[in-house]
Each structure stands twice: as C-alpha cells, then as structure tokens.
Design a protein around this ligand. Structure first.
Ligand code: SF4
Length: 371
C-alpha cells in the first residue's frame, strides 16, 4: 500500500509539477498525446490538467478498444446473437455500446441469449455448461486482452470443446500510432505510451516513433506521479532535442514484453490485411484474425457474418475526438443528446472513453460548481 501512497503523495506530485513548470518554454505550445484510454481516465480522475502549465495540451488518443470499433462491427457481432441456439457472451463494457438496432442489453431484453462475462474463459465455461447451445465470445481489446483470448482458444482446442467460437476484434496499438503520425491533421510533440499494452509487447515496438518520426514516447503507469513523470521526461527530451523511447513504468513493463503472452498470440492469431477503425478508417495489418489452425473456433468461419458498414450519426464527432482533433465538449452532442445515461457514441459508454471521462470528472464538476 505504501507504494501506491507514494505515487499519490501530494508533496511529490507538487514537486514534479513544479519541475514541469520549469521545463516548459513559455513561448511554446506542447501537444502531447496519451494514447491509452486508461490514461485519459486517470488524467481526469486525478485532475492533472489543473496542475499543468497552460502551454501543455493533452490530446486523447485512440487507445480505448470499445471506442475504436465501428458500429458495423458491433452489428456484425449482434447478428450472431440473433442466431438460433446461440449464447452471445461479451465483456460488461460492451453491453451498453449501441449498434444500429440497439445495445447488447437491448437485444437481451428482446429475447436474445446475451450474457456478460468477466473473461473469455468464463465464456468457454458457459459452453461446457450448455452443450446443446453454441457460445460465441465477442472478443475485443488491444494486446492487453488478446493473450487471454489466445489461451482460451488453446484450451478449447486441447479439451475438444466444439460448441464455442470467438468473434475476433482484437486490434493492435502500433499501426494505430503510425496512422496518427501519418495523418495530415496531426501536430503532436510527443506520446505518453500505453501502460497495459506495453506489459505484453514491451517498449521495443515503439522505436519507430522516435527513429522515423523524431517524436519522444514515454511508456507510463496510471498513478498521478507516473503520468506527471512521463510528461516531464517528454519535456526534457524536447528541451534537449532528443527523440527516444523511454520507460517510466519499469516496475511493470519489461523492455522486451512478456514472452509467454507473445508466444500464445503468435500461435493463435495472424494479422488481417486491413481492419476498419472508428475515426481512423481502414488501417493495414492493424488487427488479429484467428489462424487457420483454430478455424473450428472462429465465428467468422463458422457463421455467415453480414459485414455491415454503418456511418455514425451525422452530428456525432466521435472520429474527430478519437483522432485528437476535437476535445469531447467540442462535439455538438456532448452533454446534451449524448450523455453516459443516453450515449450516442462508444466514447461516452466506455469507462476509458474520452467523452465519458471528461463528462464525469470535468463537465459534471464544473456544473456542480456553477450551480
Ligand atoms: S459526445 Fe457522444 S457523439 Fe460526441 S464525440 Fe463523444 S461519444 Fe461521440
């Protein structure tokens, strides 16, 4: 407990914040992207923007896996929930994400057999407990959750469980960062690299950010002191004219990643030629599909997937927020038509979505203060 207390110690936090104020050039504007949705949430929860000098602008990245999934892909998954004799299993944060005809919870209310699970292994257990049904697990997440899906598929194969399959929507962080760097609207000075994904892939895959694009990237933890230190490390690199990949989260993130998790992913998945991301469009080799050796457990092989493509509601500006071009309150629907109680976009549903984090920690607070 002492360790966490230190990472939240107000005296240490004030000291690092003071160093940040000393490190900035008052004539300059800094745009730093926190790639990971967990970081966005932590930044607002701890009120970090209030500690930072006004020339530092934190830009929210596409690192929330629920938010980057296009509505058509959600509809494709929900089409499986409508199949006879299917149990559709998904994580809790997917349950309120709207597709064209409603959320998984609304499908459940209309009679579809939709179940919330805490892990893919829970979905496999559902299959074992319901041999007369077929269980489809709606898999989402970056490299953080992909290893547990891989291990579950290895287990299903080992046990010969045939009434289980995975609708695979695992996406990869590195192609998303590259797409952002290649985007013409982007003017970023540095990146706070994701913490959880990096426990699996390590820091090495980000080297291209410094080498090819000349931008600093610092992998960070999720406590306030972690994030402030990461910002300070980025500022120091910029001041010294360096562009390097550094690891602030060394207590958890190994430089070369987790070999067992990487091995499981390499066994079960292969790269899709391209995958559609909400806000970023089609990005080549940016997602996993299930490898042919596991085709019997691949929902896309076992079922006819409609391949639905849906454009977001016109007024919704989720894409711009995901690319860091707009801040959440700049969306025309924010806090009016789109709220956590009645979300229009996934960024307002998921805990890691920038709109939900902003709504809970900034918008609501300022509404209370001005009341
Ligand atoms: S406020 Fe709603 S519609 Fe607008 S960007 Fe956020 S989630 Fe999307």
């Amino acid at each position: 407990m002492r360790y966490v207390d230190e990472l939240r110690d107000p005296k240490l936090i004030r000291a690092v914040a003071a160093e940040i104020w000393r490190a900035v050039d008052p004539e300059r504007h800094y745009r730093i992207m926190e790639v990971c949705g967990g970081h966005t949430h932590a930044i607002y929860r701890h009120g970090l923007p209030e500690l930072l000098p006004p020339m530092i602008e934190l830009v929210h990245g596409p690192g929330c896996p629920v938010c980057v999934l296009p509505m058509g892909r959600i509809d494709d998954g929900l089409a499986l929930a409508e199949q006879p004799n299917v149990i559709f299993a998904a994580f809790g944060d997917m349950m309120r994400v709207p597709g064209r005809k409603g959320t998984p919870l609304e499908y459940q209310a209309r009679g579809a057999d939709v179940r919330m699970v805490y892990s893919p292994l829970d979905a496999l257990k559902l299959a074992q407990a319901n041999p007369q049904k077929h269980v489809v697990f709606f898999a989402i997440g970056f490299e953080t959750t992909a290893p547990s899906t891989a291990l579950t598929l290895m287990r299903a194969k080992q046990l010969g469980i045939r009434n289980f399959s995975v609708f695979c929507n695992h996406v990869l962080i590195v192609p998303a960062i590259r797409a952002i760097l290649d985007s013409p609207d982007m003017r970023l000075d540095g990146f706070i690299g994701p913490g959880h994904v990096s426990t699996v892939i390590g820091c090495r895959p980000y080297l291209f950010v410094a080498r090819d694009y000349g931008k600093p990237l610092v992998v960070s933890g999720f406590e306030p002191l972690d994030l402030l230190q990461a910002i300070l490390m980025i500022l120091r690199q910029l001041r010294e004219g360096r562009a390097e990949v550094e690891n602030q989260y060394r207590r958890v993130v190994p430089w070369n990643g987790n070999p067992a998790a990487l091995k499981a992913m390499a066994e079960v998945f292969e790269l899709r030629p391209y995958f559609e991301w909400r806000g970023l469009g089609f990005i080549s080799q940016s997602a996993f599909k299930i490898a042919p050796a596991y085709a019997d457990w691949d929902a896309e092989v076992r079922f006819d997937i409609p391949g639905i493509r849906v454009t977001d509601p016109k007024a919704a500006q989720c894409g711009e927020v995901l690319k860091g071009v707009l801040k959440p309150p700049q969306c025309k629907l924010f806090g009016r038509e789109c709220t956590p109680e009645h979300p229009i976009g996934a960024l307002m549903v998921s805990n890691e979505g920038a709109c939900a984090a902003y709504y809970h920690y900034v918008h609501r607070l300022s509404a209370t203060r001005s009341a």
